[in-house]
Write a protein that binds this ligand. Structure first.
Ligand code: ADP
Ligand code: ASP
Ligand code: MG
Length: 408
């Protein structure tokens, strides 16, 4: 018998049959004695459909408050349907929206952060033998406005509930049976990892592996919530996200996984003065526009000028280019250019800390495949390169092979 938070993603509740299938699995676990809080996403495609409707009405600037009101309806549909399906199977259950159980967040619409959760009502139901079904991805701010947690946010709802309820395990059920060495949709020989450390998972998530939302991993690490990724469709152990203890590090690979991201665009400012204040003059106003900058690379100066390259989200690309071009004179830049058909490819592994030569293996492997690297950044446990988007799949497979990540 265990106290479990189980989260089911969009594909897992994408049809009535699948909702009934989830209800069947929950009934089994409940009958075996587990106490269960379920978190569900909207049915697959629903959040995108709602975003599309909003864009039709407000093509230019979307009202973020109203968008959150709209998007939160997706999850409200699935909690009701799943609870009905459970009741049809004779299981006592009750559904709650984020507001009903006071998932209190800050007021940053569309990317709100959870502050606290009122667990009393949930615990009353659990103690009465019910399954509690909670809408993922949503909360409510201090003033009672509905908020959402960002795309993929139901993962974070589940982990936050797991932390607040001190559950034995938070289980993320999805359409793959665990965390793989890379996205199995791109490399069919990708291998499921039995374990991955929080640190590595956090890097993988932030470098583009959308199997878990970054904040969910952060939260689980911070509050020590045991976290597991599993399949909704086939039984198995899934992947456990763990701390890097000695027992685990025995079997540590140099590189644990490959992540990639096609969401970025590159912007280059050439011929700016090589003097204090230049980086700030370029990036300060970008930050004031509320645009996040990811990689930043400044070249060594020559002839008292230097070149400066950074990446932003692809959606912000034209805004950034237009803005910088309008200020080109002021910046004293020779040119402002960019490319929005790039991709970031990264290798991640705690084993990199203690082994040299991994970067050169990565670079040689990409060069053998004829792939040019435009930008390179490294940190203790990851190396990222920016390449042309059209070579991304080729690059992922080459590195998967180079670091022997495929199943034996
Ligand atoms: P859900 O709707 O259940 O939240 P997501 O689509 O958000 O599911 O996440 C699951 C998807 O993540 C998989 O279908 C897979 O294509 C993708 N993915 C990306 N990187 C990985 C990885 N390293 N391991 C497993 N899945 C990955
Ligand atoms: N429904 C939301 C989304 O599609 C939240 C989630 O699925 O986690 O992003
Ligand atoms: Mg997801």
């Amino acid at each position: 018998m265990a106290f479990l938070v189980k989260k089911y993603g969009g594909t897992s509740v994408g049809t009535i049959e699948r909702i009934q299938h989830v209800a069947g699995s929950l009934k089994e676990a409940h009958e075996a004695g587990d106490q269960i809080v379920v978190v569900v996403s909207a049915m697959s495609g629903e959040t995108n459909r709602l975003v599309g409707l909003a864009r039709e009405v407000q093509p230019a600037v979307v009202d973020v408050r109203e968008l959150d009101v709209l998007l939160a309806t997706g999850e409200q549909v699935t909690i009701a349907l799943l609870t009905m399906a459970l009741k049809e199977l004779g299981v006592e259950a009750c559904s709650y929206t984020g507001a009903q159980i006071k998932i209190l967040t800050d007021d940053s619409h569309s990317k709100a952060r959870i502050i606290s959760i009122d667990t009393d009502r949930i615990m009353d139901d659990i103690n009465a033998g019910k399954i509690v079904v909670v809408a993922g991805f949503q909360g409510v701010d201090e003033k009672g406005n509905i908020t959402t947690l960002g795309r993929g946010g139901s993962d974070t709802s589940a982990v936050a509930l797991g932390a607040a309820l001190k559950c034995d395990e938070c289980q993320i059920f999805t359409d793959v049976d665990g965390v793989y060495t890379t996205d199995p949709r791109v490399e069919s020989r990708a291998r499921r990892l039995e374990r991955i450390t929080f640190e590595e998972m956090l890097e993988m998530a932030s470098l583009g592996s959308k199997v878990l939302q970054i904040r969910a991993v952060e939260f689980a690490g911070k509050y020590n919530v045991p976290l597991r990724v599993l399949s909704s469709f086939k039984p198995g152990e899934g992947t456990l996200i763990t701390y890097d203890d000695e027992e685990n590090s025995m079997e540590q690979a140099l590189v644990s996984g490959i992540a990639f991201n096609r969401d970025e665009a590159q912007v280059t400012v050439t011929g700016v003065a090589d003097q204090p204040g230049t980086a700030f003059a370029i990036l300060g106003p970008i930050s004031d526009l509320n645009i996040e900058v990811d990689m930043i690379i400044q070249n060594i100066g020559a002839d008292e000028t230097t070149d400066f390259t950074f990446t932003v989200h692809r959606d912000e690309y034209s805004r950034v280019i237009d803005f910088l071009q309008s200020r080109q004179k002021e910046l004293g830049a020779a040119s402002i250019t960019g490319n929005d058909r790039i991709a970031k490819l990264s290798i991640v592994g705690v084993g990199m800390r203690s082994h040299a030569g991994i970067a050169s293996r990565m670079f040689r492997s990409l060069s053998d495949s004829g792939i040019n690297m435009r930008l390179i950044t490294t940190s203790e446990i990851k190396i990222s390169v920016v390449i042309d988007e059209k070579y991304l799949e080729l690059g992922v497979r080459a590195l998967h092979e180079e670091f022997e990540l495929a199943a034996p």
